[in-house]
Write a protein that binds this ligand. Structure first.
Ligand code: SAH
Length: 275
């Protein structure tokens, strides 16, 4: 947009309006950057740019050390993982730290595994930045479900079989009720459960209690896209037993599918299925 001032087109006005928004010099900047599921080459080019430009990087245990190596040697690296002690880095402390660093005029990168918008507590950090008047940006990343599905060569949706794809969690905020899983137990649904290994027995009971057949196919992918990746196939009816027998541990994605053809096949046998 150009402005006409006294017969001249004024570009200076435009620069004054835009530059402080996109290149804050004094107030710092916070980027919530998706680090992807693990493999370095699943990082986006935008994420790479932000990592290279960062003055300070905050990261946790799901961010691969190889990705941290992409930062400038002089950049400050702060580990804020929960495994150093549940109370050492509560979310409020992370929120305050990113704001304090940005207030020094620094470019702060908060690295989050996968996509920062999916089970990443991004809302709290965005709210803290906005309350402090600091520009905050989300750089999307490849979420664990996408990477896990790609690794096992099974798309997340399948025309004619699964036309609804749900991303959900086995673990909610303490005190919150589990999501209503009866809504998910319908033919045509493909589900990706995050943070669900320890809650698998409950997930299994909820879905089957709502009518999902024991024969629903399940794929468990641990550490997708890393050299330690593992893939175990089972069924909904055998889910918790398989997890125990195989010693499955987090981080893992549980894919549970209720294909339409399974519902049709079971209907043909007269079995009771969810509508
Ligand atoms: N923001 C992340 C999710 C964070 S919640 C994303 O978009 O992927 C943490 C959970 O993500 C883990 O408990 C696990 O369920 C899943 N997860 C993260 N990385 C994973 C990986 N490489 N393989 C399998 N599951 C993963």
């Amino acid at each position: 947009m150009m402005r006409r001032v006294g017969g001249f087109f004024c570009f200076c006005t435009l620069r004054m309006e835009i530059l402080p928004m996109t290149h804050p010099k004094t107030k710092g900047h916070i980027a919530l950057v998706g680090a992807g599921p693990g493999a370095r080459d699943l990082l986006t080019l935008r994420a790479l740019e932000r990592i290279r430009a960062a003055d300070v990087l905050l990261y946790d245990r799901l961010v691969d050390p190889e990705i941290m190596e992409l930062a400038r040697p002089g950049a400050e690296r702060i580990y804020v993982g929960k495994d150093v002690g549940a109370c050492k880095w509560p979310q409020g402390r992370i929120d305050r730290l990113i704001v304090a660093k940005a207030r020094l005029g620094l470019r702060v990168v908060r690295l989050k595994s996968g996509d920062p918008s999916i089970f990443g507590r991004a809302c709290e950090e965005i709210a803290a930045a906005r309350a402090a008047g600091i520009e905050v940006e989300i750089v999307p990343g490849i979420t664990a479900a996408s990477a896990a599905a790609a690794s096992i060569g099974r798309p997340l949706t399948e025309r004619g079989e699964t036309d609804t794809f749900v991303i959900t969690t086995g673990t909610c905020k303490p005190g919150d009720a589990a999501p209503d899983r009866a809504r998910l137990a319908h033919p045509g649904t493909s589900m990706a459960f995050y943070m669900a290994v320890e809650r698998a027995a409950q997930v299994q009971a909820d879905l089957m209690g709502a009518g999902a057949p024991a024969a629903c196919p399940v794929e468990i992918v641990t550490r997708a896209s890393t050299p330690e990746e593992r893939h175990v196939a089972t069924t909904l009816g055998a889910l918790s037993e398989t997890i125990a027998a195989e010693g499955i541990a987090n981080p893992a994605i549980l894919f549970i599918r209720y294909p339409k053809s399974l519902a049709r096949a079971l209907a043909g046998t007269g079995a009771v299925i969810a509508a």
